[in-house]
Design a protein around this ligand. Structure first.
Ligand SMILES: [Ca+2]
Length: 180
């Protein structure tokens, strides 16, 4: 083997080692992220939300916002609704105290899914965002609860076969200073 060939072989080996090392580091990075994700949001925190046939769960609450959407694709719209225990002024805005109860429900005829059930929120707000995910072909309702020192976001995924929701916390952070 000539010295030239040796040089090429050594160079190729070095390049291979560098690529392997970079590849391993990239893999380690991905694994570490997955582990962190699992630690923050254990899958055991997933809850199944079934409907109740009792409008009394909404007693004393005032409707703040609603969206019509057809989650089960039967041609009839369901109502996604945000409720608050505070009174509303003439323009429909809530008269906020230091804290109040909030609810997010999905109503389908006489069935009501309590997606966020009378959570008491101190100096903060609750809101929802609904969307259809083309990739997984599923409907999601994100619910965000913001307070001055914490934020929690839940993802409620509609399960058409079970006619239920799977709800899990997807982001939770305390000890913060909310800036806006
Ligand atoms: Ca429907």
């Amino acid at each position: 083997m000539s010295r030239f060939d040796k040089g090429i072989k050594t160079g190729a080996l070095t390049l291979l080692l560098v690529l392997l090392t970079v590849g391993c580091q990239a893999n380690l990075g991905e694994q570490a992220q997955e582990v962190i994700g699992e630690q923050e949001i254990p899958s055991s925190q997933e809850e199944k939300i079934l409907p109740v046939e009792d409008d009394a769960i909404l007693s004393g609450m005032n409707l703040l916002k609603n969206t019509a959407l057809d989650l089960d694709e039967d041609g009839q719209n369901e109502q996604l609704e945000l409720y608050i225990s505070a009174d509303l002024d003439e323009s429909g805005s809530p008269i906020l105290d230091d804290g109040q109860e909030w609810m997010v429900v999905l109503r389908d005829g006489n069935q009501t899914y309590p997606l966020y059930d009378r959570g008491y929120v101190q100096l903060g707000t609750v809101d929802y965002t609904a969307f259809y995910d083309y990739e997984t072909q599923s409907y999601h309702i994100l619910i965000a609860c913001q307070q001055t020192a914490s934020i929690d976001i839940y993802d409620c995924i509609y399960l058409p076969k079970e006619e239920a929701f799977a709800r899990q916390p997807v982001y939770s952070q305390g000890n913060i200073n909310m800036l806006g």
